[in-house]
Design a protein around this ligand. Structure first.
Ligand SMILES: N[C@@H](CCC(=O)N[C@@H](CS)C(=O)NCC(=O)O)C(=O)O
Length: 219
């Protein structure tokens, strides 16, 4: 059986969401980020990204990791793309063209969006007092996101989903990155097709199931 290592309050959410879409059973090992623990190296600390047994399996010391038979795989987007390709349509590619398009949107999410979207998530939390430096970082991140978001907006204005006219792994990979920026309305309100698509993705029962389990985890 497939094993997913990593609490759902992490990029493991992407893999869990896809598995629910696929109806794929998995064992879940809730390895937690070391930085979220007061003393990750203490005896009796929960299994975390510093734990020797976890590092022995995955020296990168990051979650998520999946194990599928003899394959141990890191990098959340590699995990989702692998599972989607393995299980085929509708969530995976029908052919090399769709495969390339799924890679394109996933790499776009990881390289053109993720870092700046995370800046918005961390610095624009409700109730957080922002320093001047924070405000500058938020403005810069939002400005850098305009160009890739314009490309996505244009694409989604002409079709409901990113690839093949159906919901696929590309939508999961992109939606989970754009979720980080979703609360920054000053930016997202400029992209109505993208906002509507994101809400549509998050209304799916598989996302809702993942989100319920994620919300049940300690903050
Ligand atoms: N590019 C990697 C990033 C993995 C990553 O940084 N994961 C975070 C949690 S979302 C982590 O494990 N941090 C470990 C730590 O800080 O101890 C991926 O997409 O899987």
């Amino acid at each position: 059986m497939l094993t997913i290592y990593g609490v759902i309050r992490s990029r493991a959410s992407r893999v869990v969401w896809l598995c629910h879409e696929l109806g794929l059973p998995f064992e879940h090992v809730p390895v937690i980020q070391a930085y979220r623990l007061p003393d990750p190296d203490a005896q009796g600390a929960p299994l975390n990204t510093h734990s020797p047994s976890f590092l022995a399996m995955s020296p990168a010391g990051a979650i998520p990791v999946i194990r599928d038979g003899d394959l141990v795989l890191t990098e959340s987007l590699a995990c989702t793309l692998y599972l989607a390709r393995k299980h085929g349509q509708p969530f995976g590619p029908a052919d090399a063209t769709e495969d390339a398009q799924m890679l394109q949107w996933s790499f776009c999410a990881a390289t053109a969006l993720e870092a700046d979207a995370l800046t918005l998530l961390f610095l624009h939390r409700p109730g957080r007092t922002q320093s001047g430096a924070d405000q500058a970082a938020i403005a810069n991140a939002a400005e850098r996101l305009v160009r890739p978001l314009s490309v996505i907006e244009d694409h989604l204005s002409r079709g409901a989903y990113l690839v093949g006219g159906r919901f696929t792994v590309a939508d999961i990979n992109m939606a989970e990155v754009l979720r980080y920026a979703q609360g920054y309305h000053e930016l997202m309100d400029r992209f109505p097709a993208t906002t509507a698509w994101l809400q549509d993705c998050q209304a799916r029962p598989a996302f809702q199931r993942m989100w319920k389990d994620r919300s049940a985890e300690p903050e």
